[in-house]
Design a protein around this ligand. Structure first.
Ligand code: MRU
Length: 367
């Protein structure tokens, strides 16, 4: 009965009213929207085991760097809560195993290890505490990571909005929207803030082959929010820029190196190169949690390779490639810092040389 009521309530909600990631503490579960079913069906799923959480991240049921971080933080809390011991060493041993396992789900978005390391710090800094109290602290830390994400996205929106003007055409790639974060998104934050303030942007969303995050998620979010959005195929960005329809590109990121090289969804670097050709500013929206200064350049970023079927079969009624053909399917590419006009963070806008400007951003953050 309760489930039926929940389903009915869900059916009458718009996609922007859902929380991308939430905690159901009573049920001991992380609650996410299964993003692989969007836009056709909106289904919430509850993740309770390490395997379920790992699968949800690997299979992109929850995806986008900040959302992955929040899901992992709630996930490790849910798993830690299940530990039936009051002995710190036994507890921490199990915690470390679960943490390493979750961390192996996807390699490129640094937010995954960043969030898990924050949770790990809570354990290591409070080893004298009773385990029950430690569990409470872990829950608070996961909730703080989520709250901070909302604040960070809003700030990125404010700084990003200062880079464009009413009526501008904006192009975005993949989904760095609300569904990739806890609210506002990163690349979409200036768009949503502009929408609140009557800026009347015209947005172009790349469909984003092979997993179609742009078509399935970004176009869906923006359309549901009343934004003027036009969906284009990935090979159309040059055409719309040549037409003069785009005044700025905003994209998200999965890991930014110290020199500004940026890993983001495959195809991003093509858009950056085209933007340079047509003198369109190319902005990377980056929470500082996505900036990994231990990676000196893009060469230090591990790029995830994904199954061939995503290219050859997925989304088609019949396979669209000859059986047995070799497939190269990197999930991300690195945009060279020379192609990036600016990196928009929650502490301000960084411009080249990025080693210096990003260091200054972290100085403002206080770490
Ligand atoms: O494979 P995905 O869908 O997780 O890739 C997502 C992206 O590349 C996003 O642009 C990035 O994570 C930033 S989300 C604010």
């Amino acid at each position: 009965m309760e489930n039926t009521l929940e389903k009915e309530r869900e059916n009458s909600m718009g996609i922007m009213e859902y929380e991308t990631v939430a905690l159901d503490d009573e049920a001991g579960a992380v609650v996410i929207i299964d993003q692989t079913l969007l836009p056709g069906r909106t289904e919430l799923i509850r993740l309770k085991t390490a395997q379920e959480i790992w699968d949800a991240i690997y299979l992109l049921k929850v995806r986008g760097a900040p959302a992955i971080g929040v899901a992992a933080a709630f996930g490790i809390y849910v798993l830690a809560k299940q530990a039936d011991t009051e002995d710190y060493d036994t507890f921490y041993n199990e915690f470390t195993k679960q943490k390493d396992y979750l961390n192996s789900a996807r390699p490129t978005a640094v937010n995954l290890s960043w969030a898990l390391n924050r949770m790990d710090d809570v354990c290591r800094n409070n080893r004298d505490m009773p385990v029950s109290e430690l569990k409470r602290r872990l829950k608070e830390e996961a909730a703080a990571i989520k709250e901070e994400d909302i604040w960070v996205c809003r700030k990125i929106g404010e700084y990003g909005l200062g880079l464009v003007k009413p009526g501008d055409g904006i192009l975005t790639h993949c989904n760095a929207g609300q569904l990739a974060t806890c609210k506002y998104g990163t690349a979409t934050a200036p768009i949503y803030l502009g929408q609140e303030r009557g800026y009347g942007f015209r947005v172009f969303a790349d469909e984003t082959r092979p997993l179609l995050q742009g078509a399935r998620l970004t176009a869906y979010e923006l359309l549901s929010s009343g934004v003027d959005v036009t969906l284009i195929c990935d090979n159309m960005s040059a055409a719309v820029m040549k037409n003069g329809w785009i005044q700025a590109v905003f994209v998200g990121c999965d890991r930014v190196a110290a020199n500004g090289d940026t890993a983001n969804k495959i195809g991003t670097s093509v858009v950056a190169a085209v933007a340079k050709q047509y003198h369109v500013p190319f902005y990377v929206c980056a929470p500082t949690s996505t900036i990994d200064r231990s990676a000196k350049t893009g060469d230090d970023i591990c790029i995830e390779q994904r199954p061939a079927e995503e290219v050859t079969k997925m989304w088609y009624r019949e396979p669209m490639a000859p059986e047995g053909v070799k497939v190269y399917n990197p999930a991300f590419d690195v945009t060279d810092h020379e192609l990036i006009t600016a990196i928009v963070t929650e502490y301000g806008v960084a411009r080249a040389p990025y080693e210096e400007s990003l260091a200054e951003i972290f100085g403002r953050k206080g770490k």
